[in-house]
Design a protein around this ligand. Sequence first.
Ligand code: ADP
Ligand code: MG
Length: 355
Amino acid sequence: MTRIALTGITRSYLRRAPPALAHVSLAVEPGTLLALLGASGSGKSTLLKLVAGVEAPDQGDIAFDGRSVLPVPAHRRRAVLVFQNAYLFPFLSVAENIAFGLRVQGASRATMQAEVRRMLDLVELPGIERKRPAQLSGGEQQRVALARALAIRPRVLLLDEPFSSLDSAVRHTLQEAVRRIQRELGITTLLVTHDRGEALAMADRVALLDRGALLAHETPQRLFARPPTRRAAHLMGVTTCLRGELAGGQLRTSLGVLAVDADGAPAGLATYAIRPEHMRLACAPEPNALPVRVLAETFRGERYEYLLQAGDETLRVHAFQPFTAPADAPAYVVLPTEHLFPVCDDAVAPPARPA
Ligand code: ADP
Ligand code: MG
């Protein structure tokens, strides 16, 4: 099992554009799955290509098990890439596709046959050796692409949005299959995704990338519950950040005073955030309640969403039950102290990329 360490990685493509990655340091522990989560253009694929060796960093180092791989060419790093499209060789059978890397390595016919069978069992597609890629569904093609990648026994598996071209039912079964295989083989894996749910469900750790910067590197639970910065909070679906003057366990905001868990934070300007499902609507004032006007209610099946006006801020609240109060009655939103958490301001963001 291989440990991957990135230290101070910077990579620019164009001289006048901001770097695709800036000063990223990150470690992936042996046998774990790290999800690289970020919007399109945040630098995820660039990071994967640097680890694979098909791109080189301008600055910084990449090491496998403590040894720099920068002098090692891509084909000798034993880090395999799997993409959104399977890119199988269309004129080769499934078996020939899977054995391709082994053939290049000069493996014997018997080894190749045994290995193809083992890999097809692993991806739960036994017996399809003789089929052609065109005879397979999208999900099956991705499984074969995975089998081909794993057949050469790589040290590192690099997955670049491997599920995003599949419909949601197939995507879910394949996510589960990849997670099972990854655990079974104990292979250190980097998974690129822009899908928050996918990152949280699959990863041991999530690295949150935003415009080339690493905002957070946390367990899924911790990142979801306590994103460290305003921008990280926003990317994790937190839409309410309240700024105010912190003193004696109280945050004085323009909307009202909230009791918060200051936990030794210095007095002064501070920002606290709260997840939309942790706020609650009420008909009467109570501690940590702010007066609001309900602007809109949307039924989303598994929940209701409320758009609220509080002072000159709009807040979004999720609830499992509908809020039933007379239309002209006062309404309040309650922000429980235990769910309010501090967020830092982000470092000055790089200027927007020219279109
Ligand atoms: P992601 O995978 O998160 O969508 P990428 O790593 O592909 O992001 O891209 C990060 C940034 O680098 C983007 O702004 C993209 O336009 C730019 N970029 C990526 N590859 C190249 C390239 N070969 N030439 C110029 N710019 C590139
Ligand atoms: Mg990409």
